[in-house]
Structures are given as C-alpha cells and as structure tokens.
Design a binder for this molecule. Structure first.
Ligand code: GTP
Length: 193
C-alpha cells in the first residue's frame, strides 16, 4: 500500500527547516546552509509500517518578506511541521502566529507537529516543559530534534504519518528517546532529546 503526504515546513528564518529536510531526505547536514528563497520542494519515500509513504515536502523561507507566500505551500497540505530553535525564545513565540494563520486559512484537520530543533546545543531559551504544554494545548505532536546529529528527524516524519486519520490506530509507538511525561494519555505525542 502506498500514500502521498503533502507536508509544509513553517517557522522563523535560521531555525533549521532546510537542515531538517536535508537530514531526512539525504542524511546530510551543512553547517553553512544558505537561507531559502521563497520555498523549495523535495520528495522522499519512506516505509512506515506496512505502507510506502511519499512525503512531498515544501520547505518555506522563514524570512519575513516571504511570509505572504506561505499559503501557497500549506494549501492542500495534510500536515504542517512548525519548527523553532530551542536556543531562541523569539522563534518559539512566533509559532502562535503560524497556528493562528493555519486555523484561519489552512486546510481543515491538518496534522500539526512542532519540532524544537538544535537540541544538540546546550544553551536553551525554551524549556521543554513550556513547549510540551503549548503543544498539548493546541493538540500538536511535539518532538525535540537535531538536524545536526539526526536526533528524532526520521521519527518526526514517521509520527506525522501515523497521526494522519487512517493511521490513528498506530499511535502508541515508542520514541527514540524516553518521554519525561509520566503516564498521561498525551505521553505518546512527545519525544525529547
Ligand atoms: P531559512 O531558509 O532562512 O528559513 O532558514 P532555515 O530555517 O531553513 O535554517 P537552515 O536550515 O538554513 O539552518 C540555519 C543554520 O542553523 C545553519 O547554519 C545550520 O547549519 C544551523 N542548524 C540547523 N539545524 C541545526 C541543528 O539541529 N543544530 C545546530 N547546532 N545547528 C543547526
């Protein structure tokens, strides 16, 4: 069985959206990744359980001047991956703008996942607990990721796939790392570094 999933990456400039896509699609990390202009597209097929899943990924530019273009990319998307940088609080605060916009103009029932990227770095400005609370409040998946080390990158896409309507029964699979949450029903929606 195979399926196609259109997925859109959103988030501030420099949070690591392109790097996450490169790690996922090519297992490659560039310390000096260049800023995206407009948006870029990449597709990657992944085996998830008994399905071959073709992710059609739109990686949007985070720079403010491209904001007006993003509806073109999240239109018709089954999932949105909202990325922030765990070392920059301002990038986490911006997520509320994306959520408001998706609620207003995005596809109904779009699956939303939040990735706290650059979790390989020590200097944190966004506490995990705060991000988890926000993800729970809006019903989003939450993972801390590192495009640099690869931590939770593939897992993010697998979990998004499993969260899509026909895959709801597959919830409950394990994280790459141990969830801190002690036994709540939301536990399976969180993966930490
Ligand atoms: P825009 O294209 O401007 O929207 O930026 P972006 O969100 O696509 O960020 P990009 O992937 O270009 O990464 C920005 C910078 O952060 C680059 O120097 C990357 O090497 C670095 N970077 C990305 N992900 C990580 C990560 O997980 N850990 C660390 N330490 N650095 C990262």
């Amino acid at each position: 069985m195979s399926r196609k999933i259109k997925l859109c990456l959103l988030g501030d400039s420099n949070v690591g959206k392109t790097s996450l896509v490169s790690r996922f699609a090519s297992d490659f990390f560039n310390e000096h990744a260049e800023a995206t202009i407009g948006a870029s597209f990449i597709s990657k097929t992944l085996q998830v359980d008994d399905q071959s899943v073709k992710f059609q990924i739109w990686d949007t530019a985070g720079a403010e001047r491209y904001r007006g273009l993003t509806p073109l990319y999240y239109r018709g998307a089954a999932a949105a991956l909202l990325v922030y940088d765990v070392t920059k609080l301002s990038t986490f605060k911006t997520l509320t703008l994306w959520i408001d916009e998706l609620k207003q103009f995005g596809p109904q029932n779009i699956v939303v996942a939040i990735a706290g990227n650059k979790c390989d770095l020590e200097e944190r400005e966004v506490p995990t607990e705060e991000a988890v609370a926000y993800a729970d409040e809006i019903g989003a998946l939450f993972l801390e990721t590192s495009a640099k080390t690869g931590k939770n990158v593939k897992n993010t896409f697998v979990r998004i796939c499993r969260q899509l309507p026909s895959e709801k029964t597959a919830l409950g699979t394990s994280c790459e790392t141990i969830a801190l949450n002690n036994g709540s029903t939301e536990e399976e929606n969180h993966c930490y570094c």
